[in-house]
Design a binder for this molecule. Structure first.
Ligand code: PLP
Length: 421
């Protein structure tokens, strides 16, 4: 390289030392041909694995036809087909879709829609949830300090309520749910009264905070309060959606029906695409011109997403997430009985977290970092999350992962636990 070789921003640190050259299925190869089992999925994006032949074929075919068919100017077939397929996957009432690129843009769109449709200013967000890095989404985010610090003040009109994190509180699900609903009622009584509250925005399974699921009592309680007061119920399925938890949408675990669903990541197997879905009637309450963007609903990304949804269905990837998730959880729970530094195993399906603690039971981000390095040395890529320097090692393999790969990964993790003691 020349002496003017460019550099990535020093603020953008990689969790591994890998220089990726190509990917195939659950594996990533570096430039020297070294193979890594990729249990990061590019932060939960590669639902169908790296370069699934059907997704690649659909994208290549579309590139040869039209790449940028701007949606404020024309329509294109892939976006229409994708909307058709999404309509079948979403709750009955949700039949209208707005497309953008990143998850955060779709969250922003849901906030705009909620404010416009209700004429109310406030959003109630929940402790620990992550919704993105642009200012509106960031203002509803509280998963860790690095994403918020130094950029305050945030957007106004956001009130935080607690999330039923059983491990944090040390309570069972029901006790945590009842406490959080009581606190939510306090917020609705004092900080954001119903007539000023446009929406409640929540992750059904928290991602960045440490793979922490909500529960049925709590989510039904939220839905009840939303329905009673005409507040919109927005589910952020950016990370937990598209089969990852063993149901197509994570909110299906809790028997609820949101008004708005936001998703991205796993929907397009690595192509940048995000979606905000609502009923046609709700969408129509937004203001004309308030939705748009130069690249949203890109034709190649939509073709890749359409193929991704086909692969998820044809290859039974939702069921695979459930079965392989149960296998992985059993392995991690067993390790927890022998390694007290695993304080908790959390999550649902193929969205699992091992919460590392020190001898006093305090969150141990340093141990997670050393575990990641040791696993990488052994050919397994993992990532971490959590508010205490990333104390949670997260398990987010592609949904195509097989039983042998799960066992191999768990073996490497056990060896890394030994090596980092
Ligand atoms: N919402 C959730 C639940 C996420 O996990 C993320 C990203 O990790 C986002 C929103 C933001 O998505 P993006 O990084 O594509 O903007």
């Amino acid at each position: 390289m020349s002496e003017h070789e460019g550099h990535l921003s020093p603020l953008l640190k990689q969790s591994s030392g890998v220089l990726a050259e190509r990917g195939e299925g659950a594996y990533l190869y570096d430039e020297s041909g070294e193979r890594y089992l990729d249990f990061t999925s590019g932060i939960g994006v590669l639902s169908t694995g790296h370069c699934h032949p059907k997704v690649v074929e659909a994208a290549q075919r579309q590139i040869g036809r039209v790449v940028h068919a701007q949606y404020a100017i024309v329509r294109h077939r892939p976006i229409l087909e994708l909307s058709e397929k999404l309509g079948e996957l979403m709750p009955g009432a949700i039949d209208s879709f707005f497309y953008a690129n990143a998850g955060t843009e779709a969250v922003e769109a849901s906030i705009r829609l909620a404010r416009q449709a209700t004429g109310r200013p406030n959003i109630i967000a929940f402790r620990g949830c992550f919704h993105g890095r642009t200012m509106g989404s960031l203002s509803t985010t509280s998963s860790s300090s690095p994403v918020r610090q130094g950029v305050q003040p945030m957007m106004g009109g956001v009130a935080f309520a607690p999330f039923p994190d059983t491990y944090w509180y040390g309570w069972d699900e029901e006790t945590a749910a009842q406490f959080c609903l009581k606190e939510l009622d306090y917020v609705l009584q004092t900080i954001s009264v119903p007539k000023e509250t446009a929406a409640m925005l929540i992750e059904p399974v928290q991602g960045e905070a440490g793979y922490v699921p909500a529960n049925t009592t709590f989510m039904k309680g939220l839905q009840e309060r939303c329905r009673e007061h005409g507040i919109l119920f927005i589910l952020d399925e950016v990370q937990a959606g598209n089969g990852r938890t063993g149901k197509y949408w994570a909110f299906e675990h809790f028997g609820i029906e949101p008004d708005v669903v936001v998703t991205a990541k796993g929907i397009a197997s690595g192509f940048p695409l995000s979606v905000m879905g609502a009923s046609d009637a709700l969408m129509a309450k937004g203001w004309m011109g308030s939705q748009g963007g130069t690249y949203g609903g890109n034709a190649v990304a939509c073709a890749a997403a359409s193929a991704t949804l086909d692969v998820i269905r044809e290859e039974g990837l939702v069921e695979n997430a459930r079965e392989r998730g149960a296998q992985l959880r059993a392995r991690l729970e067993e390790l927890k009985t022998r390694y007290p530094e695993i304080g908790n195993v959390s999550g649902i399906g193929l969205m699992l977290g091992t919460h590392m603690v020190d001898g006093q039971g305090r969150p141990d981000g340093d141990r997670s970092a050393r575990l990641l390095k040791e696993c990488e040395r052994r050919g397994l890529l993992l990532i971490k999350c959590g508010a205490w320097g990333g104390q949670v090692v997260r398990w987010v393999p592609p949904l195509i992962v097989d039983a042998e790969q799960i066992d191999w990964a768990a073996d490497q993790f056990e060896a890394a636990l030994e090596a980092t003691r």
